[in-house]
Ligand binder design. Structure first.
Ligand SMILES: [Zn+2]
Length: 86
């Protein structure tokens, strides 16, 4: 069985472990609905990427869910447009 050669002090263990960490996820805002999105990915809320619709978000929903989702998108678009000065 392998046996440790020297005692690792708290300091040396700490110095090794100071580089071990998880970096926080960087988020950008969607151009259409201004929801937080990871960069270079499609927005899961509205299904748009670079101003084009890539995913049909409303496709698999039933009538009731679709109505709620459409209303939600409308509200977020209003907020998004008012935020951007043009
Ligand atoms: Zn979006």
């Amino acid at each position: 069985m392998a046996v440790p050669r020297h005692k690792h002090t708290r300091s040396s263990v700490g110095q090794r472990r100071m580089h071990i960490f998880v970096t926080p996820v960087k988020l950008t805002t969607c151009q259409k609905c201004s929801a937080p999105v990871r960069p270079h990915t499609t927005c899961k809320k509205c299904g748009f990427y670079k101003g084009k619709e890539v995913i049909n978000v409303l496709g698999k929903l039933n009538k009731k869910e679709r109505k709620i989702k459409e209303q939600e998108i409308k509200e977020t678009e209003k907020v998004g447009v008012s935020k951007i000065p043009n």
